[in-house]
Design a protein around this ligand. Structure first.
Ligand code: OAD
Length: 242
């Protein structure tokens, strides 16, 4: 029996499936990943240049405009067959799937996984850079790149997790709970290089779950995988979950 057939059986028999996704999940929707050399955004900028609070404080317009560019690009793309397969499975098997994503593109939510655990936040949302005061009102923003409070100058910033920042505690706690209690974890489209997200695969393994990786390339998480399917998300997930 091929690996894919075996995994289909594990999906069928699993009491609870945790799914951990990364940028590769959205590659077939046309969203560039972070680290793939031929399309990777890393190749175009030094991460410290844009995706940190200190970079934002130093160059607010540059960081704001880069996120605005990505927001425009993401608005123009659609969820792919992999996103759709995960959402359909969650609909058909209520309570049997926990979807954990590192992606900020909102494509899982647009496909129907509205309860996805967004560990790195959402690119579509903003929040205040500094703790908001009474004068910091959303209905009285001074327009700009970025918008700001006209009274105290507090800036709006993308509601994504930047390097060195804490992840949303409730999402991370729910993700760790799912990793400890699932009997199968599908790890899809992530290079497994960023923690604590990548650590969830080790938690699942240590808790006795089978870990299955869906990724055309090898990753450090392969070490805990029962099997690695060298396939893409939009091709493989409809087969595994259908
Ligand atoms: P990466 O760009 O690091 O990794 C993408 C992975 O997806 C690679 O391992 C590719 O081989 C794989 N891949 C590419 N196309 C694929 C496809 N069609 N199907 C399946 N896999 C495919 O993206 P992430 O692992 O998500 O953090 O990066 C993790 C985090 O690093 C991001 O969330 C971001 C970044 O710092 C923050 O923004 C905080």
């Amino acid at each position: 029996m091929g690996d894919t057939d075996a995994v289909r059986g594990w999906v069928r028999d699993a009491r609870h499936i945790a799914v951990l996704t990364g940028a590769g999940m959205s590659a077939e929707s046309g969203v560039p990943t972070f680290r793939d050399a031929q399309t990777g955004l890393w190749a175009h900028f030094d991460p410290q240049e844009l995706a940190t609070e200190s970079a934002f404080r130093a160059h607010p317009q540059r960081v704001w405009d880069w996120y605005a560019h990505r927001r425009d690009m993401i608005r123009a793309v659609l969820p792919n067959a992999g996103h759709a397969a995960l959402a359909a499975f969650a609909r058909q098997h209520p309570g049997r799937q926990t979807l954990i994503t590192q992606n900020v593109d909102g494509l899982h939510q647009r496909a129907g996984n509205t309860d996805a655990l967004a560990l790195h936040g959402s690119i579509a949302e903003d929040r205040w850079l500094d703790v908001p005061r009474a004068c910091c009102r959303l209905d009285a923003l001074e327009a700009g790149h970025p918008p700001r409070c006209p009274v105290c100058g507090n800036l709006r910033r993308p509601a994504v997790v930047w390097f060195g920042e804490n992840l949303p505690a409730d999402a991370l706690e729910a993700a760790e709970h799912a990793a400890r209690h699932c009997d199968l974890m599908l790890v899809v489209g992530t290079s497994g290089e960023v923690y604590p997200a990548a650590g969830l695969a080790f938690t699942a393994h240590q808790s006795g779950a089978r870990v299955v990786i869906v990724n055309p390339e090898p990753t450090p998480l392969d070490a805990v995988a029962e099997t690695c399917l060298r396939e893409t998300a939009a091709v493989c997930l409809p087969v595994l979950l259908g």
